[in-house]
Design a protein around this ligand. Structure first.
Ligand code: 5GP
Ligand code: ZN
Length: 115
């Protein structure tokens, strides 16, 4: 399949891998927006959060349930931010569902400016 994250999961495109098991693949973002910025990707190709239904419950639950442990493994012991961009309005660039995990020593600031 012509999907950049499927290619990363298959090892056809190199990445700085953090963790892998039967459900998820975890790697550093190539263009970090914070001192620590990695992506948690389900191995199953799901285009976006707008395409999920109850058949994805196990995968999505698994992915989120792993997030805290993965964040701690990267030194994020004082909090972090998770982001899932969805579709055009959400600014999604890669159409294979992924969770951004962002953090570092200092507070990240507001997610969006309040209107
Ligand atoms: P989105 O905007 O879809 O939520 O985020 C896609 C993210 O994937 C971006 O933060 C971008 O830097 C990252 N990304 C895109 N291509 C690659 C790649 O080839 N390798 C890695 N490690 N990250 C990528
Ligand atoms: Zn994919």
């Amino acid at each position: 399949m012509d999907c950049i994250f499927c290619k990363i999961i298959r090892g056809e495109i190199p990445s700085r891998k953090i963790f892998e098991d039967e459900e998820i693949f975890v790697f550093h973002d190539i263009q970090p927006a914070a001192p620590v910025h990695f992506l948690i990707v389900p191995k199953q190709h799901i285009g976006s959060l707008a395409e999920t239904d109850m058949s994805h419950q196990k995968t999505l639950g698994y992915l989120l349930a792993k997030t805290g442990e993965l964040a701690k493994s990267q030194g994020l012991n004082d909090g972090f931010r998770t982001v899932i961009n969805t579709g055009r309005v959400g600014g999604q660039e890669v159409y294979h569902l992924h969770v951004h995990v962002l953090g570092g020593p200092d507070p990240l600031g507001p997610l969006l400016k309040k209107r």
